[in-house]
Every structure is written in structure tokens, then in C-alpha cells.
Write a protein that binds this ligand. Structure first.
Ligand code: PLP
Length: 392
């Protein structure tokens, strides 16, 4: 029997594979500290759950418009105005099944076979696969750790060709936790402004920044707004990963194409969840600020612990909920051929699950999530530190 070339070329999600390995060990009864998770470790606010329940009781259980219910699109419209000063018409807003699905549809809408999409590395694992599924060519742009893994205009210029159709920006970043400053965003914008290149701006961690403020490249100028597809969602900001709500704000033509695609695939996001998301977007800054402070506290304490591991360097993250320390020298001194091999040994010998940086095209680094309690993170670092000390 035949399988498509498309599926043969997909690399399954490495972050999900790492979580699955940890889950298997837990099932065997081992006491595993799981630092692979990419989701808040607390429940969705009760107001949102109640609002979904109420929507169901009110009979809002039918198909909705493919691009989303008007009420939620209006909430997104207000959010974009309040947070970014950007005006979007309702036909410039698309609601999808999580930011992942929205990104997938965006690439399906703008990429033809052979088109190049620039992906700054380290990158979130799904980007290259989304591009390949749209028959495009991912062009990896390796950034410098000394510049906190952020792309500069000079680096960008070197990889742009006449086949470049899009670039992905992800600030705050998964896996690096880096956040572009307004100056850095504006510098990229002034280079891209007159180019026929889409900017796919994944802003899913926008509400989790610590000191640095998030700026969308769509804010840089009306020309940039016109060529930017802003991607966002409620998974990380409102602890709603399983409820699957994401959205895009972009040119009406892109939104129409994305809507046409879902009219033949998912139809719409479950309608009651869309109504619950209206409540989420109305929760206000206090809820978001509490989460931000919680993650910031974990970031401060976790960063100190990572610095105590011998021969490990770490750029202090300014956003999201990941550390991305460099273990290259530590792994070599401990006698490992690669950081990947060291991650496997850490899991097998001291039962701490992390994600090897090779999954994000950064083989010297390790991603450690602090979307877990301070106690668990502290225990994880204690185990890794003593693991290293016994190997040196
Ligand atoms: N973009 C980035 C950078 C992510 O880290 C994730 C989730 O891990 C997503 C998008 C997808 O989020 P969602 O749950 O909304 O599909």
C-alpha cells in the first residue's frame, strides 16, 4: 500500500516524543522530574469553564462560521486595539483550533511548491514541518547565542533570495525565551518593509515577558501590518492548551483563504469554547499579571540553580517559560559524545526529562521548562548537578 511523500517527510514532534518517554518511565513507577512540558501547570480559570458550560446550556452547540463567531472576533479586535493600537476589521480575523492549526492554515494559504520560508534557529519544532506540508522549503537561519539567539538584519540579508516568500518571527521565543526589543523589531521591519515577503509573527507567549515589553512587528508601520500574519492564542496565556483556541490577524485575503481551507477540514472551533474564550479575553490584566509574576519568580530561582551546574552557560530568558542553557562543554567534560547522549543519560540515570536542543536545531543546548513548581524544578537541578559532579 502507498503512503504520501508528504507524510514520509514529516519529522514527528520531538518535544512530544520527549514527554512520551518521561510518561513511560512514570508509568513504570519511577519518580521522574518532567521538565519537557510546554503548558502551564495549573487549571483554566473557573470563569472560563463556567462560561463554556453556560454556552452549551444555552444551545450554542451548533456549527459556527468557519472563521469564528462574531463575539470572539470582536474580543480579538478589541485586544489588538488595546494591546497594540492596531485596527483589524472582522474579516481580517480568523479563529482556529489552537495557534498550531492557525499556523498550518497560514502556510497552506501563502506557500507554493519550492517557495522558501526563513526560519530562525533555534525554532519551535512545528515550523519546518508546516512549511514542508505546504510544499515549501524551510531555510534555517542559525542565530548566535551571543546575541540571545535573535536575528539581525545582516544575517537576514544573507539568506533572502528571490524565492523567499515568508519569514517566521517568534517573540517571546520557544525554545530560547528571547524577546526582541522595539529597536530590534523596527530594524527588521525597515529591511522587510518594501520586500514581497510575508512575516508570520507567532506571538503566543506575548503575555509572558519579564522586564522586556513585547512588540508586534505589525505595529512598526502600516506597510508591515499589511504583510504580517499575527498568530496568537489562549493556550499559554489562559492555561487553555487542551481547549484549542488560536487566532490570526492579517490581510482579509489571507483570512479568506484560511477560512476556505477550514471549510473543508475542521469546519470551526467547537462553538462553546469560542464563547468561553470571549470570557477569557475579558478576564483582564490582573489574571495575566498573577501568572506573569509566578513564572518570573520561577525564572529567577531556576536561573540561579542552572548557573550552579559546572561548565553550563545560560542566556537569561526574558519571556515564555523555558531555559535554554548551553551544555556543550559540560557534556564533553562528562565524557559524552553529544548533548543528546547526555540528555538520554540524565533521563535514564537520574530521571530528569528535558528536551535535547537538537530538536530545535541547536545541538549544544537543552530546553528546560519552568512551567512546573519551584520544588520540582529545584529537585531536577539538584539531580542534574550531582549527575554532572559524579561524571567529572
Ligand atoms: N507556537 C509556539 C512557539 C508554541 O510553543 C506553541 C505550543 O507549544 C504553539 C505555537 C502552539 O500553541 P497552541 O496550543 O495554541 O496550538
Amino acid at each position: 500500500m502507498q503512503f504520501s511523500d508528504r507524510v514520509k517527510n514529516i519529522t514527528p514532534s520531538q518535544t512530544m516524543a520527549s514527554s512520551a518517554k518521561a510518561a513511560a518511565l512514570i508509568l513504570e513507577g519511577h519518580d521522574v522530574v518532567n521538565l519537557t512540558v510546554g503548558e502551564p501547570d495549573f487549571n483554566t480559570p473557573p470563569e472560563i469553564i463556567e462560561s463554556i458550560h453556560q454556552a452549551m446550556l444555552d444551545g450554542k452547540n451548533r456549527y459556527s462560521a468557519g472563521s469564528g463567531v462574531k463575539e470572539l472576533k470582536k474580543s480579538v479586535q478589541r485586544k489588538m486595539k488595546n494591546d497594540h493600537g492596531l485596527d483589524y476589521d472582522l474579516n481580517e480575523i480568523f479563529i482556529g483550533v489552537g495557534a498550531k492549526h492557525v499556523l498550518y492554515n497560514a502556510f497552506q494559504s501563502i506557500i507554493n511548491e519550492g517557495d522558501e520560508v526563513i526560519i530562525p534557529a533555534p525554532f519551535w519544532v512545528s515550523y519546518p514541518e508546516h512549511v514542508k506540508l505546504a510544499q515549501g522549503t524551510p531555510v534555517l537561519l542559525h542565530t548566535k547565542e551571543s546575541n540571545a539567539f535573535k536575528v539581525t538584519v545582516e544575517e537576514l540579508e544573507r539568506v533572502v533570495t528571490d524565492k523567499t516568500r515568508a519569514i517566521i518571527l517568534n517573540s517571546p521565543s520557544n525554545p530560547t525565551g528571547s524577546v526582541y526589543s522595539k529597536e530590534e523589531i523596527d530594524a527588521l521591519a525597515s529591511y522587510l518593509e518594501d520586500k514581497d515577503i510575508w512575516v508570520v509573527s507567532d506571538e503566543i507567549y506575548e503575555k509572558l515577558t519579564y522586564g522586556q515589553t513585547h512588540h508586534s512587528i505589525a505595529e512598526s508601520s502600516p506597510a508591515m501590518k499589511a504583510k504580517t500574519i499575527v498568530i496568537n492564542g489562549l493556550s499559554k496565556s489562559h492555561a487553555m492548551t487542551g481547549l484549542r483556541i488560536g487566532y490570526a490577524c492579517a490581510d482579509a485575503q489571507v483570512i479568506k483563504h484560511m477560512t476556505d481551507i477550514v471549510s473543508h477540514s475542521t469546519s470551526n472551533v467547537p462553538t462553546p469554547i469560542q464563547f468561553g474564550s470571549v470570557t477569557a479575553l475579558e478576564l483582564g490584566e490582573d489574571y495575566l499579571e498573577r501568572n506573569r509574576q509566578l513564572f518570573n519568580k520561577r525564572r529567577e530561582s531556576g536561573y540561579k540553580l542552572i548557573k550552579e551546574i559546572p561548565y553550563v552557560e545560560c542566556v537569561k530568558p526574558e519571556g515564555a517559560f523555558y531555559f535554554f542553557p548551553n551544555f556543550k562543554e559540560c557534556a564533553t567534560r562528562c565524557g559524552f559524545d553529544s548533548v543528546d547522549a547526555m540528555c538520554d543519560a540524565i533521563l535514564e540515570e537520574v530521571h530528569v526529562a528535558v528536551v535535547a536542543g537538537s530538536s530545535f536545531s541547536a545541538p549544544d543546548n537543552i530546553r528546560m521548562s519552568y512551567a512546573t513548581s519551584e520544588e520540582k524544578f529545584t529537585e531536577g537541578m539538584k539531580r542534574i548537578k550531582s549527575f554532572v559532579e559524579t561524571k567529572l
